[in-house]
Design a protein around this ligand. Sequence first.
Ligand SMILES: *[C@@H]1O[C@H](CO)[C@@H](O)[C@H](O)[C@H]1NC(C)=O
Ligand SMILES: *[C@@H]1O[C@H](CO)[C@@H](O)[C@H](O)[C@H]1NC(C)=O
Ligand SMILES: *[C@@H]1O[C@H](CO)[C@@H](O)[C@H](O)[C@H]1NC(C)=O
Ligand SMILES: *[C@@H]1O[C@H](CO)[C@@H](O)[C@H](O)[C@H]1NC(C)=O
Ligand SMILES: [Zn+2]
Length: 621
Amino acid sequence: MLKLLILKFVLSLVVLTNCLSNDEQAAEKLVEKICDELKTKMYETNVASWNHATNLTNDNEKKKEDAELKMAKYNKKAALELLKFDYKNFKNETLKRLMSKMTMIGDNILDEKDFRELSSAISQMQSNFAKFKIGCFKNKNELLEFEPDIIEILLKSRDPDELEYYWTNFYNLAGTPSVKNFYKYVELRNKAAVKNKFKDGSEMWLSNYEDENFEKNIEEILEQIKPFYMQLHAFVRHKLHEHYGPEHVDLKKPIPMHLLGNMWGQLWEIDDLIVPYQNASKIEFTEELVKQGYTAKKMFETAEEFFKSINLSPMPELFWKNSVIEKPKDREIVCHASAWDFTINDDVRIKMCTKVTMGDFVIIHHEMGHIEYHLQYKNLPLPFRNGANEGFHEAVGDTIALSVSSPKHLNRIGLLKSKGDEGQESNINQLMSNALRKLALLPFAYVMDKFRYEVFRGTIEPENANCHFWRLREKHGGIAPASVRGNHDFDITAKYHVSADVEYMRYFVANIIQFQFHKAACIKAGEYESDSKNPTKSLNNCDIYQSKEAGNALKEMLSLGASKHWSDVLETLTGERKLDASAFLEYFQPLQDWLIKTNEELGVNIGWELSDKIDCPNLYE
Ligand SMILES: *[C@@H]1O[C@H](CO)[C@@H](O)[C@H](O)[C@H]1NC(C)=O
Ligand SMILES: *[C@@H]1O[C@H](CO)[C@@H](O)[C@H](O)[C@H]1NC(C)=O
Ligand SMILES: *[C@@H]1O[C@H](CO)[C@@H](O)[C@H](O)[C@H]1NC(C)=O
Ligand SMILES: *[C@@H]1O[C@H](CO)[C@@H](O)[C@H](O)[C@H]1NC(C)=O
Ligand SMILES: [Zn+2]
């Protein structure tokens, strides 16, 4: 009897020490305390990162890595404290969600040595990307920087040899030197993922979307837009063939990437060659911006004015004080545009090497959309101060830019080279301009992460990685490299977001979901009628400028941050719960119809054979 009692006592002790606390109030207090501490710590880390990104010295790189390590240690310690609670069984749903976010600590779970190695691999890829220079095509002794010099040449030059020269040198310098760091990064990211109880790095990324079928959903959307993509691809190849001739563009092969106005063929910024009605109004307004004396500052102010007109927040004082909106002459910086939230005192900033172009005018709206999101959710607890998912964050500014780039709005602000006709021809021109950017991006964005998912999963082996990369790009986009590439090259790191460890599917999501946002906002603004014969009320000529109703509806959604599942957040604005390409396709419907008809009339070949610029067998039948 006594023996039994003792055994019972011992048993209950064991249970007690293993037992998680279910004291919700204690947990709530702890969460609050950690969030308070996090704010200051995050501020310090952000400052160190900012100082590095806006002044690339070894000293600043070291300081940034130290700050990140300190932050990681704190996050890990906090997560361990929180994990003492049985929070998954708490009654308070908000608290549960907060704690589940705070205990998903990603890379922070690594030990110090691994964490430092991972940070360092990423910093080195980033620095490699920021620092290389290429000799000028006409005078190799004159060294050019990628941003803004070479980006601008890609946009403007129509000399295929010059374009190929820059393309090949760029990939050799921006991609291949980072291969070792990339694989170090993959190894350590996977290690962190496993410690977080994910299968690998891909699963950790996908967890942000809180949906088991997310990858499948994306693939369905890719299929949904494919017929439209094939038509656009065929038309563009046909026009490039007309311009550059058969020695540069084969009518049956994938499009050579360097002829698309963009180093990655992700946006096809070649309106001058493609937009069909050169005599009707065109959307490409770079020339107008320059003619009207726009500066970086004025472009930013114009964007801000739009946000204010729909009752969203003006940019705070510190924004204007701290942002870097032009490339400084006295130091090297990471030029790639980005928006920053320092989490206290309305300290928000944009870093951008602005050029006076239409592309950058759109990017300013994009980045300011991030800032606006930061400002709308600033009163939430820190772990909720984020996009409902990463795609939401990328879509806000783009949604505004859809209104800004409507003929109606460009006329309003005097940027449309209007020929007085607002008929079918200028409508097709405008949709073509937008499709060259929005539609072209989808297969590209998909491949950026499909490739990295498979590398994380170990299904793409390093010896064969570059072939996989190009064959995927070919399969889904019908795009080929400018010169012959094989497995001795390593080209994926030549994309900034890969070198900087930025998940990319968010841009795919953003490009679809912004049309869902746009449609809902247009309905609120009274600017949209479904099946309308009235061209001023169509989705592609809707401008929500000055509509407080549209702005307030957006505001309501943005102010939820990440406090709820993204389906719930989407529903508040659109009434829909799923990512869906219907609004995207509706917006572009007149162009798709036009392309089908025109391609048929011109006898344009649709689809593509394998490229001979990829030095390996076909891997994707
Ligand atoms: C850049 O950082 C270095 C420290 O590495 C510092 O001495 C220098 O003043 C900084 N330059 C600017 C313009 O902030
Ligand atoms: C639930 O938790 C949140 C976050 O800690 C707190 O703000 C809120 O007051 C709690 N709700 C209830 C009903 O206790
Ligand atoms: C080529 O560039 C270098 C460096 O900018 C310059 O010194 C040289 O004069 C240039 N040569 C020609 C022929 O323009
Ligand atoms: C465009 O206008 C020019 C000059 O008015 C004319 O010569 C040309 O034929 C027009 N082109 C088209 C495609 O309508
Ligand atoms: Zn962005």
